[in-house]
Each structure stands twice: as C-alpha cells, then as structure tokens.
Design a protein around this ligand. Structure first.
Ligand code: F6R
Length: 264
C-alpha cells in the first residue's frame, strides 16, 4: 500500500486527478481497449472531478474511450432526485466531460429485480474487461463503497442495509433529516473493488482520521472494510494531513520517505 500525503484536500485532489489522467492517457497510448474506471460519490471526490473536468477542457484528457462503473446507488430513490447518485455524477462529472453516455454505468436502485440488477452489474464489469482503476472514498466507520463494518471482504454487488451512523452522516444531504435518507442501497462488494487492477482511495479531514488509522495500521478486518486494501498489490491512499493525523509518526515518516524515494 502507498499513502500519498498532501497538506490539504485541494492539493491531494489535484494529485489524484493527475494520477487518474496519466493512467487513462497511458492506456490509450498502448491499447485500443477502453479504460475502465470505477467511481464514487460523496463530498470527497468533488475536487478530483473538478480537476478531471479542467484537464478535459484544457485538451489534456479525454473520456471518449473511458467506461465507468459507479460504486453504489440508493434503493428506491428516484433517479431525478437531486441526491441520487445518478444526479450527483451528472452534476459533478459527466456534464463536464466528453464521455459517451453509453459507457456510463450506475446501479438502478429502482429496478424491478434488485438482485438481478446487482448480478448483471458484476457481469457487465467482467464483460468490460475488469476495472483498471477504482476511485473511492471512505466512511467515518471505515466503509468502502457501502460495505459497512462486518460486510464480507469477499462481498460482491448486492443490496445492503445502511447503518444508522451512515444515514446520520448522509442526512446532511437530506435536510438533516435521517428519515429522508434511504435505509437501503445497492453497492459493489469489497471484492468487486479489490478486483480492480488499481484502487485509489481518497480521505480528507480529521473526521476520517480514525478510519484511516484502522485501514493502514489496524488488522485487515471486516470491522473496517477499507482495510482490505492491505491485501491489494496496487492500493493507494491519497489523503491530507488531517486525515493521517491519528497514524503513528513512524508510519507517516515511512510513507513520506517512500514517496520521496520513488519521485527521484
Ligand atoms: C460513495 C461511497 C461512500 C463514500 C463515503 C464517504 O459512492 O460509496 O463509501 O465514499 O461514505 O463519503 P463522503 O465523501 O461524503 O465523506
């Protein structure tokens, strides 16, 4: 696991966006196959999406040959609801880049048969050639996608029940009313994420510090599902100083030293 630490969220987000852009551009040079990108919603990736859009406008990046798969969607929330993840992605990314809409995949939380929708999603990922890079955030309880604590580290796309804590945290998007936050979601599994060739996790602010400490220094455990990244051969956490704040000073120094050595 690599941990890239920047002073603040903005600098970390710009680093992440350029890393993703470089990966897309690198594949385009050597292959005609699309780049398959896993995406997340939430407050965390907003600056990264803004920088990706800026790179597209500047002519330094194109999404024409990029296929995307989002991590999750609420169950039974209308697609046109401003807080649906469909709406979120349009607002913060898809409306600002040159992606072909037929290459965009999000789970349908209003599908008649939710289980089939989840199973088909896994098949679509395989048919696309697997995910090249999965971008994610983490919850305050260490969840990755909507894999709440004690989700199997081998889990796949399925319907999940959100914890009260997650609903409370997300109620900030629903007039601060927890009752308006859907109780269920559909989410890719931990194994769906870790199957990706690369996984890039963003974590910003002191609210994420405990989860990040558990993910980096704790055991690989279903109690903190993002800790599954410890077993991934190409896992990167990109964070700010506040989010790394609960880790030991020696861990901090180690990750800084690795980055410095590799940038020489
Ligand atoms: C979003 C997702 C979640 C969020 C996490 C952090 O698609 O799957 O795991 O990444 O809840 O949310 P924010 O970024 O709002 O702190």
């Amino acid at each position: 696991m690599k941990v890239i630490i920047r002073n603040d969220e903005k600098k970390a987000s710009i680093w992440a966006a350029h890393y993703i852009a470089d990966a897309i551009n690198a594949k385009a040079k050597t292959s005609k196959k699309p780049f398959v990108l896993g995406l997340a919603t939430g407050s965390t990736p907003i600056e990264t999406y803004a920088e990706l859009a800026r790179l597209v406008k500047a002519g330094k990046l194109s999404f024409k040959n990029v296929v995307t798969f989002n991590m999750d969607e609420y169950v039974a929330l209308p697609v046109e609801h401003p807080e649906s993840y469909h709406s979120f992605m349009d607002k913060y990314l898809f409306n600002h880049i040159d992606i072909d809409r037929k290459n965009v995949h999000l789970l349908d939380g209003n599908a008649k048969d939710l289980k089939k929708e989840c199973d088909d999603y896994e098949k679509k990922i395989v048919a696309a050639g697997g995910i090249d890079l999965f971008l994610g955030g983490i919850g305050e309880d260490g969840h990755i996608a909507f894999n709440e604590p004690f989700s199997s580290l081998n889990s796949r796309t399925r319907v999940v029940t959100l914890t009260e804590d997650t609903r409370k945290v997300n109620s900030r998007f629903f007039d601060n009313d927890i009752n308006k936050v859907p109780a269920q979601a559909m989410s890719v599994g931990v194994a769906t994420v870790t199957d990706a060739k690369e996984v890039l996790i963003l974590a910003f602010g002191s609210k994420k510090a405990r989860a990040l400490r558990d993910a980096i220094e704790g055991p690989c455990s279903h109690a903190c599902t993002v800790s599954a990244l410890q077993l991934h051969p190409a896992g990167i956490i990109v964070c700010d100083e506040a989010a790394i704040g609960e880790c030991k000073y020696n861990s901090y120094k180690y990750f800084k030293a690795v980055e410095e050595a590799e940038s020489k």
